[in-house]
Design a protein around this ligand. Structure first.
Ligand SMILES: [Zn+2]
Ligand SMILES: [Zn+2]
Length: 196
């Protein structure tokens, strides 16, 4: 989906379902719905499910700002927030000013510590940032195999400025096997790891 063009209505960001069509009402979808489905739950929203903006900024569609809840849970959350007078922390207040953090190439909403939504965007030679700092080299299968044994996916993702999901997708694409679930937790606890 082309995330570059968007409209804001009532504080919500709208994008086109089909980038070849015009900005007509029937062709629009709320961006936070797309981000939740594509980047958080990896499935379409079910009837009655709601996407909540944690910082109350309806146009901040970075995945870490969104929470998928059932309608009743969402209602409870809001009454609880109201009753307890919850005020976003300073960092969230700053995020509010900053608005949504977007991929530098395709402008898809991303977590604020990332620069790109995916490997393909991070190595985009035309639209991507040209400075050496942002130039991204796709790791080879051997390099990635070494990396996954060396550190958790989140750390590798940080190193390349992409999401965990992008690393996982690349592992599958290159046929790189990741250590089993719980490997890093066990290692932190000083447990002996068996060869797997
Ligand atoms: Zn809400
Ligand atoms: Zn992108």
């Amino acid at each position: 989906m082309d995330h570059k063009e968007r409209r804001i209505h009532n504080g919500y960001v709208y994008i086109r379902k089909d980038s070849n069509k015009n900005f007509e009402y029937s062709n629009l979808i709320q961006e936070h719905i797309v981000v939740a489905e594509e980047q958080i739950i990896d499935r379409p929203l079910k009837e009655g499910e709601v996407v909540h903006h944690l910082d109350e900024n309806r146009s901040n569609n970075s995945p870490d700002n969104l929470l998928v809840l059932s309608g009743p849970m969402h209602g409870k959350l809001h009454s609880w927030l109201n009753k307890n007078n919850i005020i976003p922390k300073e960092e969230y207040a700053n995020r509010l000013k900053l608005g949504c953090v977007r991929c530098k190439v395709c402008e898809k909403p991303i977590d604020p510590n990332l620069e790109f939504c995916s490997f393909s965007c991070s190595k985009d030679p035309v639209n991507g940032c040209q400075s050496a700092k942002h130039k991204f080299q796709h790791p080879t299968k051997e390099e990635l195999q070494e990396l996954v044994l060396d550190k958790p996916t989140t750390k590798i993702a940080e190193q390349f400025g992409v999401s965990d999901k992008a690393i996982e997708k690349l592992c599958i694409k290159l046929g790189v096997e990741k250590p089993p679930r719980g490997y890093w937790a066990k290692l932190r606890n000083g447990e002996q790891m068996l060869v797997w």
